[in-house]
Design a protein around this ligand. Structure first.
Ligand SMILES: [Zn+2]
Ligand SMILES: [Zn+2]
Length: 398
């Protein structure tokens, strides 16, 4: 029977009997009756899987050159029966995800060629960053760069070739869960202190028009663009240990503390919204509200205020059947009202502990444990001692 490829459960049928079976099937006869009469071992509901493949006389299999065939459509025109095209001789199925030996070999060859081409592009792209090493000692960089760099090398795995692995899935988060990680990495990149390493995974790079046009900050491996990276890291650590800093580093401390505190508050704010199934959108209004809280509260106390605001917004949503947008807006106002009331009434703002789901970041460890050696005071104590300092930093920096 050259016209069809048959399932073995139909192989006992002569060409005449098969044609009769198909004819009666397509005329709508009851399948159970046909199965009994033609002695076919199959459930009526699964008969569509036994329908033969009709061989094409012109189209050839791309794997072996034999004719290919299309499964006859179910009389119910079921979707899966539509394009099942297979070879009459080999395992090839004319489908994008065919797993026959031929297709797997072609796929592997294409992948290998792609990997080689990507490797060349990646090396060329990474070379464009590696100008001559600029940094030779810790005095050459700002405190912000020193802390961001030390936190990065402590977050990432050190490879044998001296490069650092990507910051994705670290034991401790590099920064609080906000856009701060991006800002820190871009800060280091802009100052040519780090650059992407050519041993990064190919998936870290985005191709446009045959060239790499961007890369994912989370996925790339990092190379330190300095004369002696181990020496530089030791020098930064030693500045923390000895407390002997370059003079200009001291002027950066408060703004770095504020930046970290704000990121930790944003992280907790986002967490409280997410806990209630609400999305978080970083914006000026929320930032200003959080800065207002940080004026005279520690991050731990801000957690308390944010939690109270979140609880109030849950009540508001339930009572008023408000939509997500209104509830999100309500929450920022609720936090502020709670803080204003606490200030007016002189309520003690009982501090929260760190949330289990939001572990302390490496940036916090480096700033407070390594450099300032005040530990979790950074979390538990308010940053600003007086109003002038607050005004100087908040109105100047943000
Ligand atoms: Zn074939
Ligand atoms: Zn195939």
């Amino acid at each position: 029977m050259g016209k069809y490829i048959l399932d073995e459960r139909l192989s006992h049928l002569s060409e005449m009997r098969l044609n009769a079976l198909l004819s009666r099937y397509y005329q709508g006869e009851k399948i159970a009756t046909l199965l009994t009469e033609f002695n076919i071992q199959c459930l009526p509901t699964a008969f569509y899987k036994l329908l033969p493949h009709a061989i094409h006389s012109k189209n050839k299999c791309r794997a072996c050159g034999s004719p290919i065939a299309t499964r006859l459509k179910s009389r119910f025109k079921m979707k899966f029966a539509r394009d099942a095209v297979k070879c009459s001789q080999c395992e090839h199925v004319d489908f994008r995800n065919c797993r026959c030996d031929y297709c797997l070999r072609i796929k592997n060859e294409l992948e290998a060629t792609h990997q080689v081409a990507m490797k060349v592009l990646i090396e060329e792209f990474c070379r464009s960053f590696s100008t001559k090493p600029l940094v030779s000692n810790a005095q050459d960089i700002s405190l912000e760069a020193a802390i961001a760099l030390l936190a990065l090398v402590r977050t990432c795995h050190l490879n044998e070739d001296g490069t650092y692995g990507s910051i994705i899935k670290p034991q401790l988060p590099y920064t609080p869960r906000s856009s701060l990680f991006k800002e820190k990495l871009v800060y280091l990149l802009d100052r040519e202190i780090i650059c992407p390493s050519s041993n990064s995974s190919t998936r870290a790079f985005n191709i446009y028009d045959g060239k790499i046009d961007s890369f994912n900050l989370l996925d790339v491996n990092w190379k330190l663009n300095c004369v002696n990276s181990e020496l530089l890291i030791s020098q930064i650590e030693n500045c923390g240990l000895s407390g002997e800093w370059p003079e200009y580093w001291c002027h950066e401390v408060d703004s770095l503390r504020l930046e970290l505190a704000l990121a930790e508050c944003q992280e907790f704010y986002e967490f409280c919204l997410g806990d209630r199934g609400l999305p978080y959108t970083n914006g000026i209004a929320i930032n200003n509200m959080l800065l207002n809280l940080l004026r005279d509260h520690s991050v731990a106390q801000c957690y308390r205020i944010i939690w109270c605001g979140a609880t109030a917004s849950s009540d508001f949503k339930a009572r008023n059947q408000a939509n997500d947008f209104h509830t999100m807006n309500y929450m920022a106002g609720a936090c502020l009202r709670w803080a204003d009331k606490a200030r007016t009434e002189g309520w003690p703002v009982i501090a929260f502990k760190r949330n289990f789901n939001l572990p302390r970041s490496m940036l916090s460890y480096v700033l407070y444990d390594v450099m300032l050696k005040t530990g979790e005071k950074g979390f538990n104590e308010a940053i600003f001692k007086d109003d002038e300092l607050y005004k100087f930093h908040v109105f100047k920096e943000y």
